[in-house]
Ligand binder design. Structure first.
Ligand code: HPA
Length: 277
């Protein structure tokens, strides 16, 4: 058994010592969705610190725990706090929590994040449903020995973001009158924000929003056979497009301001995904 798979099995054992909950959907909560637990009928929680071998997030404002429960009829596991590559972990460690949720039973992966808007049509406070991604500037989480029990060596990435899940999000947007943009997310390594020149490069490459997470998680989820979708909260205009210097505070403040709408959009989307069960 590969070392990574062995570690995952040990993590799963820690989870199963606490709860036998089997999720259908895995939800990763980005900035602004820190209080999302209020929307969940919670059955159990598990601190990352109580899972043997689990990487611990070091970012202020990111709690570190799994929440198990239901939204409507949908059994979900939620990550309150994710692991970022810029914290110093390897990509394999960064995506361990995603793979663990797959082993718990989750078949769908719903990713959320805060991101900088690159497309001139974006305003701070907008939401962007992710329809494609560029992850070429960070290492692949699949680098290294492949364990066939998780997925194939050379997974196809053509329809990375699931069309049916995207439909569920669009429907939620229309029904709840919460406008969403759609576009391509590019992941850079961080933790420094981009230079205006890098943002200009990202635009030339076709990116609409830039962030420091998510794309690697999408790859790991898809590799492991999950259907993936994602929404970015455009917390700021990216460097050079914004008239003012960027700060984590601005990102947090915008994300917090639109958090109630973001929560509503995510919940409505998940309810529309019940039909896919
Ligand atoms: N760049 C990268 N990551 C981000 C940004 C940004 O402008 N805003 C929120 N996360």
């Amino acid at each position: 058994m590969s070392e990574m798979y062995e570690k995952l099995r040990r993590c799963l054992e820690s989870v199963r010592n606490k709860t036998d909950f089997v999720p259908e959907t895995a939800l990763v909560l980005g900035s602004g969705l820190g209080n999302y637990a209020e929307n969940i009928c919670v059955e159990a929680t598990l601190d990352y610190a109580d899972i043997e071998g689990f990487p611990i997030s070091t970012v202020p404002g990111h709690k570190g725990r799994y929440i198990f429960g239901t939204i409507g009829r949908m059994p979900i596991v939620c990550m309150q706090g994710r692991i970022h590559y810029y914290e110093g972990y390897s990509m394999e460690e960064v995506v361990l929590p995603i793979r663990l949720m797959r082993l718990m039973g989750a078949k769908q992966l719903f990713l959320t994040n805060a991101a900088g808007g690159i497309n001139p049509a974006m305003k701070a406070g907008d939401f962007m449903m992710i329809t494609g991604q560029i992850a070429s500037f960070v290492p692949s989480p699949l680098r290294g020995a492949n364990d066939e029990r998780l997925g194939v060596r050379f997974p196809d990435m053509t329809d990375l973001y699931d069309v049916k899940l995207q439909e569920a999000i669009r429907k939620a947007s229309a029904e709840h009158h919460i406008p969403i943009q759609e576009g391509t997310y590019i992941q850079l390594g961080g933790p420094n924000y981009e230079t205006p020149q890098e943002v200009a490069m990202c635009r030339i490459l076709g990116a609409d929003a830039v962030g420091m997470s998510t794309a690697c998680e999408t790859i790991a989820g898809k590799h492991a056979g999950m259907r993936v979708c994602g929404i970015s909260c455009i917390s700021n205009l990216a460097a050079g497009i914004s008239k003012t210097p960027l700060s984590h505070q601005e990102v947090q403040e915008t994300a917090d301001r639109v958090a109630p709408l973001f929560q509503e959009l995510v919940t409505a989307s998940i309810r529309n995904m019940e039909e896919l069960l």
